[in-house]
Design a protein around this ligand. Sequence first.
Ligand code: AHR
Length: 655
Amino acid sequence: MKPTRFLFPALSFFAAGLASLSAVTVTVRVDQPGAAINPAMWGAFFEDINFGADGGLYAELVKNRGFEFPEPLMGWSTLSPSLAKGQVTVREDGPFNSNNPHYVRLQSEGTGLFGLSNEGFRGIGLRQGEAYEFSVRARAIAGKPTLKIQLYGGDGTLLDTIELKDFSADWRKYTGTLHPKDTDPKAHLAVLIEGKGGLDLDFVSLFPARTWQNRAGGLRADMVQALADLHPGFLRFPGGCIVEGSVLARRYQWKNTLGPVEDRKLLINRWNYEFLHRPAPDYFQSFGLGFFEYFQLCEDIGAQPLPIVNCGMACQFNSNELCPLDQLGTYIQDALDLVEFANGPATSAWGAKRAAMGHPAPFNMKMLGIGNEQWGIQYIERYEMFAKALKEKYPEISLISAAGPDPADPRFKFAWEKLRALHADIIDEHSYALPNWFFDNAHRYDRYERNGPKVFMGEYAAQSVAVLSTKNKNNLECALSEAAFLTGLERNADVVRMASYAPLFAHVDAWQWTPNLLWTDNLTTLRTPNYHVQRLFAQNRGDRILPVALTEIPPGETSRLYASSTLDDATGTVILKLVNATGKPSTATVNLAGVSKVSRGTLMVMQSADLQAVNSFESPDLVAPRETPFTPSASKFEISLPANSFSVVRVGVGK
Ligand code: AHR
């Protein structure tokens, strides 16, 4: 039968100008399905870095709402539009909440509006036609002043105003709704006292009414939507180095992130001061996005929760502070309590706390990470103690253990040997490296022992310039190198059970680390080429591995062609992923061995002539997959592989 030739008309001009690579043959053994692929194979890694939580996913628009930053008025400035006289003082006597004791006193001589303005997180993003919920804790100190709440655009235009009055002498919550008359990504909020007298104010808050699932005080809808569209099989949280803290006192403690948000004690974010070249003195953790919200988010988007707990070690790149082994009990108890919080009945001590927050049913957590990117014997000793306690009480929970920051490092080998001897369940590997590393390591897992611990490729991202370079870009070359690497993970899905790119989110005006999967400004979320690679893998996972062989690459010719294939059992669909990371087009003759009948399918191709191409807020879809119907006429067919491309082919098959 004549092979089907599928053409890309839009690309033919470009292709015609280039010499082609030799044609290749791709043989997919549809008659030899292999191991089952973990349904949660492709996941996401979330850390509060780059203003990912406060100023990001957590939709609060007011920075330093509780005046708890070490400089209590950071993010705020005094405002007196008509040069009225007044005073602002920061106090802590008789606070509204002793966990967050600071508040401000506004006093006015009654000569006009006087008060404070909040700059938000590099501005406040407002959308015309949408509602914004303002709230404040307040008490009257003297007189009967009113409070004017105003939104101003970046250029100083008044966008809306409301008035609150009749304040009690006790702390109470006062609320109002604002409707800005214009869209503005860089607005600010003014809180102004009018009339002679004084008011104490705390917990000044502004949220869009339209949050993810319209939850009051919830998450930013566009950011969660981008995450949900990835179809992540799991969500790892809360990091990352943030789990460890630069010292143990600043480690992430999940128990401090539960209950009413006002009770959650503010903590400095380690990314506030980690990089001298990217300081973020206004970066703190309000924990408005806490562990309950993380679990709820996982449930919303159908991702398995994968929390990581501190294992008694502060960041080894920082202080390397260790909790002595004989004092590790508290840390281990925190891990045990976390399982009860997530999975225990509502009658259990920690299950009751979950129920009190509105979720009596368990969250069905199946995995737990012990430590983040730890290494050395200090880690092994601690992991062993955690594993003993957890396996005794919760043998059904799979434990993720650490193997340090870099597979080329001797510490990685050391960790693997020790963890293998301890029969660890799943080992977390990290790699931030140049694109070449990812191309060169596409076959890395072909050589892994099949019966040892499984692999979680828990953090990786191709770095276009160098690790930690501020010039790193989310360009097509990096995305293709990751796609090539992921074909290797998929072909070895019996060993590699999970993978997640890192980091997930970054604010364009407030990042510390680059590259990142998604970039945000105050209104929108930008999807990178790397995101599209992740999404194509997750949405086209399949249930079983199919052996695939690439042949006919003449010696000496570049071999940057990669393939993997899976079978979707329910729909009887063969899924084939092909990467052509060369600058030359090629043609693949695909042979679906063991298939006699083919039916309708689709073809998704992401490509660009320019390997350095990136998406931007101005051209968000410059590098994105294009989908077309694809129906081969037989089980052997031809397909074009454009230069610099990642293609996913889906073909229905029958016997
Ligand atoms: O993803 C950024 C950082 O890289 C993570 O916090 C850490 O685990 C790794 O070193």
